[in-house]
Design a protein around this ligand. Structure first.
Ligand code: AMP
Length: 405
């Protein structure tokens, strides 16, 4: 799964059309882009293709228009942002059909080194419904492939790699060469290496609200890690399963057996499974609520963060780690009174010498960025759902569709 052809394997691109699936799912407010990270991230792959004289056609989804050409989800604002960064004018066709007559004409007339951005791939209802053999979705996938003459396709959108859509998986049936871009390559490299071939000791940190969201991740990682650290709301289902008082803390009653099963699995595998030994509890789910550090949660109170002894325990467990994967905050980090645990674990991970540190999507990425440690991590995944499925050990359809190296 991990040894895939990349843009660096493409040869003789002069004058050839290349279709690139990007992730331009940028936050927009009244048509103005609020954050350019995704656009900036796409530039190296596009530049590499342009440097080789290719005619580049870019596509992406933005939001969930569900087959409707909603103007607030138009990719129009992305074109000038790309033009500015690439130093060439990026053409854009506001085509509700995405692959309609005008788009085909502009694509056909592209000159070497020119760039065309297609309209939101999800303006077409077929996009997210790709099914092999289904006439309508196969037709849309082929229309996309026809824009690059069925030649070269580059997938650089990790955020959708866990989904088989027309513009990332369907299209590859109709293009001759299918490779991954630099962003996707980086994701596969770091997440893949961590999960498949980690340098040990390998420590995983899982947190966040629910056990149920990460059931398969916990199960899969227990087969791989030396130490599994659990924090956040999900820790309380484990605590409750082990007979501890948890007051009003988050608890998934239907996952108690599962939690015990995981504790047993850890024992059998010789994996150190660490759970909080103290907590910061609060009365209400609010930053202004009364709060205090306790070993055992009081009746009527909720655990909203790991306590100082737990922080020390977890920091100790991280010492000497050579691979760390982290998904999910240690507490309600959005509230400053319950952010200490996440902050301290973040700092400990950031300060590890010679370790590969991978932050796997979603809220842990927000936490790391918000707390100012983003540039201290080896890799911050751009795909929440995709990185979770990666950690579950699933094959991602968007990655599987690329040619093997
Ligand atoms: P997830 O998306 O599953 O990673 O969950 C992230 C969310 O879990 C964040 O919004 C946190 O505020 C929340 N969270 C973390 N710890 C707790 C906790 N002890 N109680 C309630 N919510 C929590």
């Amino acid at each position: 799964m991990l040894n895939k052809k990349t843009v660096d394997d493409l040869k003789d691109l002069q004058g050839k059309k290349v279709l690139v699936r990007c992730d331009f799912n940028v936050p927009l407010k009244e048509g103005v882009i609020q954050n350019y990270n995704r656009i900036d991230g796409a530039i190296p792959t596009i530049k590499k293709l342009l440097d080789q004289g290719a005619k580049v056609i870019l596509c992406s989804h933005l939001g969930k228009p569900k087959g409707q050409p909603l103007p607030e989800m138009s990719l129009a604002p992305v074109a000038p942002a790309l033009s500015e960064r690439l130093g060439v004018e990026v053409k854009f066709v506001d085509d509700p059909q995405v692959t309609g007559e005008e788009t085909k004409k502009v694509a056909a007339e592209l000159k070497d080194g020119e760039v065309l951005l297609l309209q939101n791939t999800r303006y077409r209802i077929e996009e997210t419904k790709y099914k092999e053999g289904d006439a309508a979705t196969e037709a849309y996938a082929k229309e996309l492939a026809d824009l690059c003459d069925g030649g070269v396709f580059v997938d650089d959108a990790f955020g959708t790699a866990h989904r088989a859509h027309c513009s990332n998986v369907g299209v590859t049936k109709y293009t001759k060469e299918n490779v991954v871009g630099y962003l996707m390559q980086k994701e596969i490299k770091f997440l893949g290496q961590a999960v498949e071939n980690p340098v040990r000791p390998f420590v995983a940190i899982l947190g966040g609200a629910k056990v149920s969201d990460k059931i398969n991740v916990i199960n899969n990682l227990l087969d791989k890690v030396d130490t599994l650290i659990i924090g956040g709301g999900m820790a309380y289902t484990f605590a409750k399963a082990q007979g501890q008082e948890i007051g009003n803390s988050l608890c998934e009653a239907d996952k108690l057996d599962y939690a015990l099963e995981m504790v047993k699995k850890a024992e059998e595998k010789g994996v150190k499974l660490l759970l909080p030994v103290d907590h910061v509890e609060g009365k209400e789910f609010s930053n202004d609520t009364e709060h205090k550090v306790v070993d055992v949660i009081d009746a009527g109170w909720s655990g909203f963060d790991i306590g100082p002894k737990t922080i020390e325990l977890y920091k100790d467990a991280l010492k000497g780690a050579k691979t760390v994967v982290w998904n999910g905050p240690m507490g309600v980090f959005e509230f400053s009174n319950f952010a200490e645990g996440t902050l301290e674990i973040c700092r400990a991970v950031a300060e590890l010498a010679d370790a590969t540190t991978v932050i796997g999507g979603g809220d842990s990425v927000n936490a790391v960025k918000r707390l100012g440690f983003a540039d201290k991590m080896t890799h911050i995944s751009t795909g929440g759902g995709a990185s979770l499925e990666f950690l579950e050990g699933k094959e991602l359809p968007g990655v599987a569709a690329a040619d093997n190296a």
